[in-house]
Design a protein around this ligand. Sequence first.
Ligand code: BGC
Length: 749
Amino acid sequence: MKLNRIFLAVAMCYGTILAPQGGLAFANAAPGDQPWMNSRLAPGERAELAVRAMTLDEKLKLVYGYLGADMDYKKSTRPAESRLQSAGFIYGVPRLGIPHLWETDAGLGVASQAGPDTRPGTALPSGMNTAATWDLKLAQDGGAMIGAEARAFGFNVMLAGGVNLVREPRNGRNFEYGGEDPLLAGKIVGAQIRGIQSNRVISTLKHFALNDQESGRTTLDVKIGDQAARTSDLLALQIAAEEGNPGAVMCSYNRLNGVYACENSYLLTEVLKQDWGFKGWVMSDWGALHSTIPAANAGLDQQSGMPFDLADYFGPPLKEAVLNGWVPQARLDDMARRVLHAMFEHGVVDHPVKPAPETIDRKAHAAVSLKDAQEGMVLLKNAAGLLPLVKSARRIAVIGGYADKGVLAGGGSSLVSADGGNAVPGLGPKAWPGPITYYPSAPLKAIQRRVPSATVAFHDGGDVAAAARLARESDVVLVFANQWTAEAYDAPSLTLPDKQDELIAAVAAANPKTVVVLQTGGAVTMPWLSQVPAVLEAWYPGTSGGEAIASVLFGEINPSGHLPVTFPASESQLPRPVLDGYPEVQDRRFDVDYHEGAAVGYKWFDLKGQQALFPFGHGLSYSEFTLSGLAATVRDGILHASFTVKNVGKLAGKEVAQVYVAPLGVRWEAPKRLAGFQKVDVKPGASARGEVTVDPRLLATYDSASKTWQVAAGDYKVILAADAAGSQAVSQVVHLESAIYDVKGKRLR
Ligand code: BGC
């Protein structure tokens, strides 16, 4: 106690910052010749002082990144100071007390580059799953957990914060992102970034911008106008940036309206730095850089992952460009200043990471992942109350999906190596992003544990007739169906691969008491849906996935996940029934015309009057809820909506109240937009009051010429509902006066 007080006194004298996990950490004292080490100065001042002390070569070092792994086919070896099998490394300036940057992927946990000696970590469920929780606290807790692991493994930058809007349901990376709605995705991913950075670890926000499909990602040219982009993909990124304050942004592979994202001054300088006021740095995606002068002058601050790019554009060529004035010295200073700003702001200078791995509380971290999975699983259908399973069932059949071995993970740079090894080796592509990984958390075992006196029989589903025979002889059937998706590839269609539709149909025909458990990257079609009473969407459920699935099936956890994406009935309902550039032809350049503009996902379905298989926002519970008492008011021009959620079922549970707004006069890109949401926990028989305050940008039309968000005077319908198709909907009309907000959403008049 006494000691603590002395520490505190000393700490106060030296401007010490409280370390996030409770201990006291001392900022470096600020010797007179290193004034930027004074942690009491603002990050901007510190960055400026440090840049002034740096030589040209030191600044250049700070803007040039290496891959932290050997690349045999390029005959390159990683810098000795980098962390093994890591995504990135940048030399700091030790002479000035500026540490190196050690970068690790990604948004689901500490991932490793493929190869030997990968570091098994705790994997969160997919980003899609976290979005399906509609729970910002959970998203932040997940971020805090993976950020702590990043720090424990010696990293101070986490390449997380993926928030590409799910515009294309076949996109192979949708599982990493936050769904199709800019508000939900932006809030969830922003919360995750906040959690990561609470560990004094910088997080990125990525991929900037509109890299919404993987086929041809490095050659395709996205066509979309400023207004539509600012109301969709850019809005998701903007909200995530505001919520999470990421230290860095990663520009993407694709071109936008003819110009590569990493040399696109509209994206990097105009939108991100000028309009949004972003103070950190922009790093290129690995292999996304194509030039020196255009990229540097357009606003790129750092080349990443060499030797991924064809040339060392930000190495000697950048020095030559600066010495000749082709890239102004002031621009190079700005590049270095931005990197330093983030390092000072987020504590990576004052709280250096340690090289040796620190102990990780794997049990506690697995519990964080478990909770996320449990809260994000979506009960899509549950006819006749087949779920939760009754513990009195005598004969349970578990079929398919490697449910005897583990749970599926998405592939690519975000893949966290399985703690305990890949439960099903040898599947999928031999080279990256393969092989397919299963985390060794077998649903079968978790099910057996819950019903020790029942016969739980497993069939791998390979022989459909034999699987159907087992189904016929069982009281209840759990059929697992999986869709592996991965970076660099898109799903060819929304059909479950490997004839799993046939397996499900045959099993359901043999036994009507069939529950389908899906592990998919996102939406899939379900030709067997009418034959099957219950469907649980388990996404990619992470490290503790088997346990999470069993706990929901048996009702220990009341499901409360809601879809962050629309599940289409068929591809013909999509803006692009056939994916552009698929199948991929190496190096072919092609356009992807986002003609739907900002009418993404449910907005497109609304606009076209189409009925989804399952709408955005949908999710059942073992309890039942009613929505009522909507009271929408406008105070000082800001729309508030309060409401009552009543649990009219028999179990405690959570409902996601969704507030949509539909303009009655003016036209938006679609009939309505999600304007707010709240996940409410209610005991059986009880009611809870909730309230949302609506961001005025969600009620406005963006005007490109004046760079303002303009709310038109008129009537607007405020709709409280349990999904985008209007289940349980109650509504109220409010009148809004005209109002104008700046590009960041600040009231002008
Ligand atoms: C991905 C990024 C990732 C980077 C480093 C790229 O292929 O697009 O998301 O952070 O690799 O591994």
